[in-house]
Design a binder for this molecule. Structure first.
Ligand SMILES: O=C(O)c1cc(C(=O)O)c2c(n1)C(=O)C(=O)c1cc(C(=O)O)[nH]c1-2
Length: 582
């Protein structure tokens, strides 16, 4: 989209949730430096009036800031020069019955701006376009059905004249898809499924490639499943979307394959032939037609709930002496993947979390992880209990987006450091009911720093961790890097933290009113660089506090891991804006 490209080139704005189409979350602003960041002060703050997990962050377009909330998905337009004066407020009316079918808190990853409109997805699957000036509805579209467990938490992306958005509900047997709507009137243009026959997935087995070669075999989205499981096969698309305007390709990942009990997805009781395609995969699609250019499955036949939806950062880097248009993905499964984003060929796949034990390595020829039997939950051709699996289902990283600094050439990744015990069990499908089929317990990774998070610098050209900064809890907030050499992230206790991108040395720490699972961003107001972040504990990591759960195995097993978080923070919903003193 021409206007979006123009807006994202101007660092005074923060025009997209991930900063720009490439998903780098990098800003060329350099007023805030490693020398002066210690002087940061709160300029103003704003209460959103909602008390659950606040993901994503505010957009800044000129002198207006657009702020969203979790369910009920209120959107505010705030005047920046008036330090948050409300220009308009939009509050949708939604049936609260959607809340129990949201797997991982009532989160929303943010609004999208293009062509004078604000777009977002409501929890109840309504996609809305508002007039950015007035907050009046322009159109609405229905993207799914909450009575079947379908919900919407993702941040849509506008490419040219289309709004692209996915769907949530992998824990309810929802069949994932990516859908394109016309931004003028909300009419559906195409819908591409994650599972099923090639025509539904928009694969041409002669043309679509995998690891650089045509797929060849037909309808793998059906034949790699046990019977009809693909129809309730997950592969939901609730993560982030990035776009390369030169290649006209949009990139995103798909989530877990239906039930967490692998035995029900295995054909003839075997792992071989049961890849459950195309769950856990990165798709590169033509942005106009939806046709798949290439696809890469990271975790075939998932046995651990390692949803493959994390952001795909598009960066031009040099791998083994060769400049490549790369796509870098820090997967839930603990491996950092570097691919050629033109062809989908795999260049590097290395662990970015030292705790990872479920696989020894990724076979560079086949792209398949070498699974360690002891940590399989399907070891004997049947559902098998397994203990001490690292990472936990929360992943080495979950939805919290990483950042790439072209100045240092490094990726800065907010990570988790948590392991789990996994007990799969037989579950039957009933529309709108959980289709989980496993009980999980989670705890800090043993034999390490004792905490559950790390903020790391990672070299995606070699697959090596360059430095690592331990944190007591999972780092569930999106990172920001800046030309000033400063990196930012938030913590579950509620700290905004600034570090030196060179060595990870901490330069600043400020406690905001609630835990941070939002993403840090930066913009210019009144000629001065500002930093903004949403606080509001929740998300899967903070589900215990957000939903008031105490049983360690509640919240799909996540409550136990962060049981002591309540000693450090409390529910909230606050935007905090920082700048340097005059
Ligand atoms: O399978 C799905 O459809 C689905 C949806 C979501 C979501 O929409 O938030 C999450 C997950 N899965 C998931 O596996 C997960 O770890 C997760 C974490 C979070 C979060 O916001 O903290 N959401 C989700």
């Amino acid at each position: 989209n021409e206007e979006v490209m123009k807006l994202q080139k101007d660092p005074n704005n923060w025009a997209m949730q991930l900063g720009d189409y490439s998903g780098k979350r990098y800003s060329t602003l350099d007023q805030i430096t490693t020398q002066n960041v210690k002087n940061l002060k709160v300029d103003w703050s704003f209460s959103t009036g909602v008390l659950r997990g606040h993901e994503g962050g505010p957009l800044v377009i000129g002198d207006v800031m657009y702020v969203h909330t979790p369910f009920p998905n209120i959107v505010y337009a705030l005047s920046i020069k008036d330090k948050g004066k409300i220009l308009w407020k939009y509050e949708p009316r939604q049936d609260p019955n959607v809340i129990p079918v949201m797997c991982c808190d009532t989160v929303n990853r943010g609004v999208t701006y293009a062509d004078g409109k604000i777009f977002f997805g409501q929890a109840d699957n309504t996609v809305v376009a508002l007039d950015a000036k007035t907050g009046k509805e322009v159109w609405k579209a229905q993207n799914g059905d909450a009575s079947k467990g379908e919900t919407l938490t993702a941040n849509p992306i506008v490419v040219k004249d289309k709004l692209l958005v996915g769907i949530s509900g992998g824990e309810f047997g929802v069949r994932g898809h990516l859908t394109a709507y016309n931004i003028k009137d909300g009419k559906q243009v195409w819908r591409a499924y994650s599972t099923g026959p090639d025509k539904d997935v928009m694969i041409d087995p002669q043309k679509t490639t995998m690891l650089g070669k045509p797929i060849g075999d037909r309808d793998l989205g059906v034949s790699t499943w046990n019977g009809d499981e693909w129809k309730i096969g997950g592969g939901t698309t609730w993560g982030w979307y990035t776009y390369d305007p030169e290649l006209n390709l949009v990139y995103y990942g798909t989530g877990n394959p239906g039930t967490w009990n692998p035995a029900q997805r295995a054909k003839d009781g075997k792992r071989e032939g049961s890849d459950n395609k195309w769950s856990m995969s990165i798709f590169a699609r033509d942005a106009d037609t939806g046709a798949v250019k290439w696809v890469f499955q990271k975790t075939p036949f998932d046995e651990w709930d390692y949803d493959g939806v994390n952001e795909n950062i598009l960066a031009d880097i040099t791998v083994k002496g060769k400049p490549v248009k790369a796509l870098v993905n820090f997967d839930r499964n603990g491996f950092g993947y570097t691919l050629d984003r033109v062809t989908g060929e795999l260049l590097v796949a290395e662990k970015y979390d030292p705790a990872v034990n479920w696989a020894t390595h990724v076979d560079m020829k086949t792209g398949r992880p070498a699974v360690v039997d002891k940590f399989s939950t399907f070891a004997n051709g049947t559902d098998t209990n397994s203990e001490g699996i690292c990472p936990a289902a929360l992943g080495s990283k979950d939805q919290q987006p990483a950042s790439f600094s072209p100045d240092t050439g490094m990726f800065y990744v907010p990570t988790n450091h948590i392991c789990m015990d996994y007990e799969p069990f037989e579950v039957s499908y009933s529309a709108g009911q959980p289709y989980v089929g496993a009980t999980l317990s989670m705890y800090p990774a043993p034999n390490s720093h004792g905490g559950m998070g790390n903020f790391i610098a990672f070299d995606a050209t070699t697959g090596k961790i360059v430095w690592s900064k331990p944190e007591p809890f999972a780092v569930w907030s999106g990172a920001l890097t800046t030309k000033g050499g400063v990196g930012f992230y938030g913590t579950l206790e509620g700290f905004l933290v600034a570090v030196d991108l060179k060595d990870g040395k901490e330069l600043y720490r400020f406690k905001t009113p609630s835990g941070i699972i939002g993403n840090i961003n930066t913009f210019v107001a009144d000629g001065k660089q500002h930093i903004a972040v949403l606080s509001g504990i929740g998300g899967w990591a903070g589900i215990g506090l957000a939903a008031g759960l105490n049983d360690p195995q509640a919240g799909l097993g996540a409550v136990g891991a962060h049981a002591s978080l309540g000693q450090y923070t409390n529910l909230g919903g606050v935007l905090t804006v920082f700048t340097l003193p005059d």
